[in-house]
Design a protein around this ligand. Sequence first.
Ligand code: CS2
Ligand code: MG
Length: 412
Amino acid sequence: MKIERAEVIVTSPDRNFVTLKLTTDDGLTGLGDATLNGRELSVASYLSDHVVPLLINRDAHRIEDTWQFLYRSAYWRRGPVTMAAIAAVDVALWDIKAKAAGLPLYQLLGGASRNGILAYGHASGPTTEALFDSIRSHQEQGYRAIRVQTGVPGLKAIYGVAANQTAAGNKGKRYDYEPAQRSGLPTEEDWDTRAYLRHLPTVFEAVRNEFGPELPLLHDGHHRMTPIQAAKLGKALEPYDLFWLEDCTPAENQEALRLVRQHTTTPLAIGEIFNTVWDYQTLIREQLIDYVRSAVTHTGGITQLKKILEFAAQYQIKSGIHGPTDISPVGMAAALHLDLAIHNFGIQEYMKHGEKTNATFKQSFTFDDGYLHPGEQPGIGVELDVDEAGKYPYQMAYLPFNRLADGTVHDW
Ligand code: CS2
Ligand code: MG
């Protein structure tokens, strides 16, 4: 079964997505997500200009060989662009292999290890009252685990909090926070870690008082603290029994987490901006994290993320796959097949896509009573409506960035 055609489809229904569509000589098709938020066209070009010519006439069944070929023959390895491009090819080939077998992909990954995939949703609010509303709205949608992001007094805009939540007449309406703005250049936001460290524990105290001790609560520090600040926050949040504190400090220097680990037992999740197993080596081997946050789309596909999770399993570290709206329905579906099959599953992030996106990407995965399931369709269970996609041309969109009060650029 040879790869006969490879198309790179860029569309922008509710936001930009890059999708690779492979077609074999016996008419099977496979999809792979290659969306890198704010840098989408770089991966589209890497695929169209450099990878597609290498795929035509390749044996579609040789997934591992194709992975190794694309990783090693490029000479220039790793990095978000390369690994998103390889991920798209990898998932498209797994989609084709599962369709050829007439099975949903999770069956090729070892079959189901559970009946459903626990998901968490994004609740947020500039005020505690708005946050409570958002948590209730997510519980009404069925979410059994909730990520809490909150405004900080004195800061104008902050990661994870939809700005228009408190506007008149918007009370109780669902708000999903979409960070990439289609407004030309990146938006500048302000940040103050000390104000955040003073405020956040008071918010979790209020949430626990309001919603009780059982509800699994998560928080994303979004790479903004130094190791000692992260240690301090982890300790201050211990009374509120978080499911995890995510990206508490930038982890290029993996050893930085040793200091955090010394001071707190709050579970730590890291990895959504990682691209290869090497980014995790010290973190996993020294038991410095509890959850692997990589997305299939940004980590070289199912082939590599499965290996990372098997490595993590030796250390009882679980999955917490990244699932915001900038992971397309194709990337989300691929993650769900992995989530259902692996043993060391922890939780799956699930931000719902918009209506135009759902009309463009026909999905068979379901969300019911707090649990996701990839469905029983052969393959990954997502089909791209190319005509629908054609209605939404790419629109330049950048992620915001941060500056401190003295003008210094800071992690966003
Ligand atoms: C976030 C993401 O969902 C998360 O955990 O960290 O929303 C992240 O900000 C975006 O994926 C950036 O594109
Ligand atoms: Mg995150």
